[in-house]
Design a protein around this ligand. Structure first.
Ligand code: PHE
Ligand code: ZN
Ligand code: ZN
Ligand code: ZN
Length: 289
């Protein structure tokens, strides 16, 4: 895969911050900052040649939506998915949580389009709504997707918080069974000389609905409210005894709340996984019916 541009990714975060600033300081469910985030990301993907769909659903805080985009090439019987939530909490702009993951998925999707890919598998990217209200968008997507379509999804990679200001490099370990994606992630970190740790995220993000259905899931994470230990600070730098993200779910989760090295590594590993999985041989197509 390519070395994706962290500069472009930072520009996407600046755009999401501007959207929050223009809409009462947040991009929360049922608020105008969420709708504006969806229409901005959709516009970028449409212009790059992705086929986009907006799936609306209702929540106790108003209407939300998932933005789903598919690259119009590759075998539709073998779908590889990548996504993260686009909503923030009501308290702030949500730039690390999860502007960072949204910007990383967006940049990978734009680079994939620009490279003129006609890869083997069908690539689909998702920007979930209402994660902060209980993973509502990803649950809605999976609960309304026909069984035959669920069975075509070969893997789902989740990206939720990759630019934490006091970062760690965590790889989800809550779905290890038959899961080459987890091992591809750890191999990438090892090949770059970046120490990594497994984390059991206890279903705390949008991969949970995919995992529950039995789809291989994996994910990356730079840490939220828990404190960096001294041994973690020794291997990763940063500050021991301080949260990975001291602004988690707070109004200070702005563009100042991003570690650019962590963001760069995050977007690079997303790109690596997208290119790898787009070309992966999954064997015989499932035969619906
Ligand atoms: N999903 C959590 C949130 O958005 C953050 C989180 C991500 C926690 C990944 C654990 C693992 O607030
Ligand atoms: Zn890079
Ligand atoms: Zn959150
Ligand atoms: Zn999150």
């Amino acid at each position: 895969g390519p070395d994706l541009s962290v500069t472009n990714t930072q520009a996407h975060l600046t755009q999401l911050q501007s959207i929050a600033n223009a809409n009462g300081g947040n991009r929360g469910t049922g608020r105008p900052g969420y709708a504006a985030s969806v229409s901005w990301v959709k516009g970028k993907l449409d212009a790059a040649g992705w086929t986009t769909t907006v799936q609306s659903f209702s929540t106790s805080s108003g209407t939300s939506s998932n933005l789903i985009a598919e690259w119009p090439a590759g075998d539709p019987n073998h779908v590889v998915m990548l996504g993260g939530h686009l909503d923030s909490v009501a308290n702030g702009a949500g730039i690390n949580d999860n502007g960072s993951g949204s910007a990383g998925v967006l940049e990978a999707a734009l680079a994939y389009a620009a490279s003129g890919q006609t890869a083997k598998n069908r690539v689909r990217v998702a920007f979930w709504g209402a994660e902060e209200l209980g993973l509502l968008g990803s649950k809605h997507y999976m609960s309304t997707l026909p069984t035959a379509d669920k069975d075509r999804i070969e893997a789902y990679l989740n990206v939720d918080m990759i630019g934490s200001p006091n970062p760690g490099y965590f790889v989800y370990n809550d779905n290890p069974a038959g899961n080459g994606a987890r091992d591809e992630l750890t191999s990438w970190y090892a090949s770059k000389g970046i120490p990594w740790e497994y984390i059991d995220v206890q279903g705390r993000s949008d991969h949970a609905a995919f995992r529950s259905y039995g789809i291989p899931t994996a994910g990356i994470f730079s840490g939220a409210e828990s404190l960096k230990t001294s041994s973690q600070a020794q291997k990763w730098g940063g500050t021991a005894g301080r949260a990975f993200d001291p602004c988690y779910h707070s109004s200070c989760d702005t563009t100042s709340n991003i570690n650019v090295t962590a963001l760069d590594r995050g977007v690079d590993v997303i790109g690596h996984m997208l290119w790898l999985y787009a070309a992966k041989d999954f064997g015989t197509a499932p035969q619906p019916g």
